[in-house]
Design a protein around this ligand. Structure first.
Ligand code: 6PG
Length: 246
């Protein structure tokens, strides 16, 4: 648990840089699946600054997205645009590949296209070396929302929709997320404290707006991978003391 959002972004940068560098060194390349939303912006900015902009072998890192809104890449809600502006355009070298979700094709066509992109680039099932995720106040992650129907097992990317937003979306599924070798959740701010407690707490608590269903973020459990939670004090405030101290 870190003091504030700035410290959490710094701690997450250490985790990200270590995972990407280790993967590139051992496998020659690192597949990095990025989170959208606002929380990771600070982290992406930090990764494009010293020492990480030079230390991480970005020319061996391939970028993927965990979800995307069905908007043009220039739209303010585009996760691709957010990452391009906060990270890619600020790096000294181009990443090995930038494989965005073509969600402007629409939810179903965008999901089908991304399933093809993932299989062609990473094989089947695609295994990300590192997946960065955020957490919604209702316990959603990527664009997997509480109460949404489970997709066909093994389906890698699906059409999705946020309950309170105008845009359709495309999201990776739990099958794709759980094939990751390492997952880092970066969660900050008091608004997320109930969801963090609902996901990490021992008893099955409800996250606000979740309707008491099993929370998608709670189901991110890679078979052969670690899950690291990077929290600031505000987001960890509703956790039992011993859990928050980790
Ligand atoms: C998105 C993200 C989503 C996000 C959470 C938290 O496209 O919005 O994939 O899962 O991580 O909604 O969003 P904030 O970081 O903006 O609170």
């Amino acid at each position: 648990m870190l003091d504030d959002a700035e410290a959490a972004a710094e701690a997450a940068a250490v985790e990200v840089a270590a995972a990407l560098t280790a993967a590139a060194d051992s496998r020659g390349r690192a597949a990095f699946c990025l989170a959208g939303g606002s929380t990771p912006k600070r982290l992406y900015h930090r990764l494009a600054e010293p020492p990480w902009e030079e230390e991480v072998p970005w020319d061996r890192v391939e970028l993927y997205w965990g979800d995307e809104r069905c908007v043009p890449v220039s739209h303010a809600a585009s996760n691709y645009r957010m990452v391009r502006e906060a990270l890619v355009d600020r790096l000294p070298v181009l990443p090995a590949a930038v494989r965005r979700i073509p969600a402007e094709l629409g939810p179903a066509a965008g999901a089908a296209a991304y399933r093809r992109i993932l299989r062609s680039a990473l094989g089947d099932p695609p295994r990300f070396d590192l997946t960065l995720l955020g957490l919604g106040a209702d316990g959603h992650t990527a664009s997997l929302f509480p109460g949404a129907p489970d997709p066909d097992p093994g389906r890698l990317a699906v059409a999705a929709r946020a309950p309170d937003e105008p845009h359709d979306r495309v999201s990776l599924t739990l099958a794709a997320l759980n094939a990751s070798r390492r997952v880092v959740f970066l969660v900050t701010g008091a608004a997320k404290a109930p969801a963090v407690a609902a996901v990490l707490g021992e008893e099955r608590r409800e996250a606000p707006g979740s309707g008491g269903v099993d929370l998608p973020a709670r189901r991110v459990r890679p078979e052969e991978g670690a899950v690291i939670w990077v929290l600031d004090r505000a987001a960890a405030a509703a956790l039992p003391a011993e859990a928050a101290a980790r």
